[in-house]
Design a protein around this ligand. Structure first.
Ligand code: SF4
Ligand code: SF4
Length: 368
């Protein structure tokens, strides 16, 4: 059965601006069935790593907060601590990074709570009994929330091809240990002969896992977090995903299983909004925002995380790419950027384990 996905483009005029159109789209989700009076609603989003600017603009988040408050519920903005040492690695610096990106109460009208606690250890074990995990550790703030609105900046991702709603909830609702389990075994392989000896990797590796043995870069797998950031920061192409030690689809399937666990106690109490704006080739965990690969497309809303991600990737692939140095070389944008990664796998596996449907019907929110 196909799922409904609502889509608004970014056209606006004097009669109706984009915020009014956005509120009309939110109404289509019938959030009165999801968000109840007096309850606590998690707004799951990514505040952006320090150095980025392509994350969801706080003014859109405020629109969602207002819609939830009209239901007399209590919204809070939330994410979890990152696995690597960066600007979001524990609750204090994560909140400081969020505030520096404009997610302050006077702007968004809701508090920030980092759902896996001060150091990323506060979680609840959720039994799922799937192929990779029998149980998963879900950040306690998210687990205990009565309902959830998942706001996702849609973009490319080195480990999953694209980062959409499934990645936002799969990786983003796990505690630190859960994130480590998903990445486990993803230590890159290296081609030292390509090294230009700029030493950027030594200072930038979040796990402090890269060192030099004489002239040769090497990775200490004990300290490697499997985060994949070295694929981005080494422009010489020294680091490659080691598909032999980690089968291509394993990290993706683990992530989808965590998404399953994060949604398990919230049946019918979650909705998803994907922002197809500022679509970068890499994720918001990187400490920079690269050039956008396609023009801004619009915003999507759905009750189905699989359908909304499928619709998002389809809309991206329908665009004429504009990435300046030709990284997107053919119609399938994310396969073009990450040829070794099957972005389709997250959708296939999510559908297989019952998270939603790849079959969708797109309803356009026409200009009023
Ligand atoms: S970033 Fe790449 S080129 Fe620079 S030292 Fe590290 S491996 Fe060599
Ligand atoms: S994947 Fe690369 S950047 Fe990440 S911890 Fe391992 S060596 Fe460092």
């Amino acid at each position: 059965m196909s799922s409904s996905v609502y889509f608004m483009n970014m056209r606006a005029d004097f009669k109706e601006n984009s915020f009014a159109k956005f509120q009309r789209m939110i109404k289509k989700l019938n959030i009165e069935n999801i968000i109840k009076k007096g309850e606590m609603t998690a707004i799951k989003l990514h505040f952006g790593e320090q150095g980025t600017f392509s994350y969801i603009h706080p003014v859109w988040v405020r629109e969602v907060v207002q819609a939830i408050k009209r239901r007399d519920a209590s919204p809070f903005l939330t994410d979890t601590t990152s696995l690597y040492a960066g600007g979001r690695s524990y609750a204090i610096n994560h909140i400081e990074t969020a505030l520096s990106h404009g997610f302050a109460y006077p702007c968004v009208n809701a508090p920030i709570i980092i759902s896996d606690g001060l150091k990323g250890q506060d979680s609840v074990r959720v039994a799922i009994d799937k192929n990779h995990f029998k149980d998963v550790s879900i950040a306690s703030g998210i687990y205990h929330a009565d309902s959830m609105v998942v706001l996702t900046h849609f973009k490319g991702h080195v480990l999953s091809g694209f980062g959409g709603a499934l990645k936002n909830i799969g990786m983003g609702c796990a505690d630190k240990a859960g994130k480590y389990k998903m990445h486990l075994g993803a230590t890159p392989m290296i081609k030292p002969e390509l090294c230009k000896k700029c030493l950027l990797c030594v200072s930038s590796c979040p796990g402090k896992a890269i060192s030099f043995a004489g002239e040769t870069p090497q990775i200490d797998s004990e300290h490697c977090l499997g985060c994949g950031q070295c694929f981005s920061f080494c422009k010489a192409g020294v680091f490659k995903i080691n598909w032999d030690s980690t089968p291509p689809d394993t990290v993706i399937e683990r992530m989808v299983e965590f998404a399953y666990g994060a949604l398990l106690n919230k049946s019918g109490r979650v909705c998803f909004i994907n922002f197809l704006l500022n679509i970068t080739p890499g994720c918001d965990c990187l400490p920079f925002s690269d050039a956008y690969i396609v023009p801004d497309i619009g915003i999507l809303a759905s009750l189905d995380p699989v359908a909304i991600d499928q619709a998002s990737v389809d809309l991206v692939n329908q665009q004429q790419y504009t990435f300046p140095d030709g990284v997107c070389s053919h119609k399938d944008k994310f396969s073009s950027i990450y040829p070794q990664v099957s972005w389709q796998r997250q959708l296939e596996y999510a559908q297989e384990i019952g998270l939603g449907s790849r079959d969708y019907k797109l309803f356009k929110i026409e200009q009023d």
